[in-house]
Write a new protein. Structure first.
Length: 360
């Protein structure tokens, strides 16, 4: 059902977000790292004819398997997955590209009579799909070259200070040596005359905020279970899972994987792929800029910080249905929510499932 709210057609939020359009019919399983998203997705795939669309900025990269906790060969073979192993680590993948790819895949999967199931923890991708993206300036090689030349002379901390003068919101969340993101923020400002923060949030005023609250309320009422969020009731449970996963990665040969990536010769520490949690810490240890004996603790800490950011993102999405991932009945609760969503919005899937149950 299309959701409409009376507000001026020129309202900036209307033009940039277009929240009055109906959401595409899919189910999303989100949550912080190590919360059990993959297990939930595979359980759903055993119950319904689904195809999984990965919502993960690290799984897109080929050759990065252990450190990303990529689904196993058997898991990938058990149900069709999309947006995994679609990029070489040398090439970046953006939120805008994800939205384009995800919308196309959702339509294709529906056309095949299956249920699109979005699974992952890259919240920027999900938010971009839900709310849309403003028209941010595209990368410009000439501008980047000027910024890189200045960085060689002055250093990235100095450029971070320059960024703070024109875009304090963005600068406040970036480390002084985060060369990739500082360069992008400066590039956006030089090209557009606007800070990067301008493109991430629009000043919509009280009217716009009230409209968003009304729309969010309608989404909660009209689309129950469309976004299922796995969130821990006890944060220490998740921290223990993160530590266990990192130890398992190290035992499985994670450092050999990073060494193989370094041996290519064309990758470097400032690439988005090599800045993924775990890979960044491993690269620094192999470079000697961080003690090798601190790798495990730094990797676990960085992953915990990532999980904290993911949970913060999720809490900004009012349409989500929360399942406590540390509850022993969490998987059944997810399946119950999916069952309700299928009954309400995916009649053909429900009918096919009933036929399969009768034949069994």
């Amino acid at each position: 059902m299309e959701i409409r709210r009376a507000r001026p057609a020129h309202h900036p939020y209307e033009s940039s977000r277009q929240l009055n359009k109906p959401a595409p019919p899919y189910i999303a399983i989100a949550g912080p790292t190590a919360s059990g998203k993959t297990a939930a997705a595979l359980a759903i795939a055993q119950r319904y004819p689904v195809e999984i669309i990965s919502v993960d900025s690290a799984l897109v990269y080929c050759g990065m398997d252990i450190g990303t906790a990529k689904p196993s060969v058997a898991e990938l073979a058990s149900v069709r997955h999309h947006l995994i192993d679609i990029r070489d680590p040398l090439n970046a993948y953006s939120a805008a590209e994800f939205v384009t790819d995800a919308k196309r895949l959702i339509a294709d999967i529906k056309a095949r009579g299956k249920l699109p199931l979005l699974v992952g923890g890259t919240m920027l991708y999900l938010k971009a799909l839900f709310d849309g993206l403003n028209d941010m300036p595209k990368a410009d090689a000439a501008t980047r070259a000027v910024i890189a030349a200045r960085a060689l002379v002055k250093g990235w901390p100095a450029l971070h200070a320059e960024l703070a003068a024109v875009d304090p919101v963005t600068a406040a969340r970036l480390a002084p040596r985060d060369s990739q993101r500082i360069a992008r923020a400066l590039e956006v400002f030089i090209i557009s005359g606007q800070p990067l923060a301008f493109f991430h949030q629009t000043n919509i005023g009280k009217e716009g905020k009230d409209a968003i609250k009304n729309i969010a309320k309608s989404l909660r009422n009209d689309c129950p279970g469309a976004l299922i969020s796995l969130e821990p009731g006890d944060r220490s449970w998740l921290h223990a899972r993160i530590a266990q996963r990192f130890d398992a990665m190290l035992a499985a040969g994670f450092m050999d994987e990073v060494k193989a990536l370094r041996a290519r010769g064309d990758l470097h520490a400032d690439l988005p792929s090599m800045r993924c949690v775990g890979y960044r810490q491993a690269w620094e240890a192999l470079d000697g800029t961080s003690p090798m004996n601190e790798l495990r603790d730094k990797g676990v800490f960085a992953t915990r910080q990532l999980a904290k950011r993911q949970i913060t993102w999720l809490r900004s999405m009012p349409q989500r249905r929360v399942v406590a991932c540390d509850d022993p009945a969490a998987l059944q609760q997810v399946l119950d929510l999916v069952d309700a969503q299928v009954r309400e919005n995916f009649g053909h899937i429900q009918a096919a499932h009933a036929d399969q149950a009768r034949q069994a």
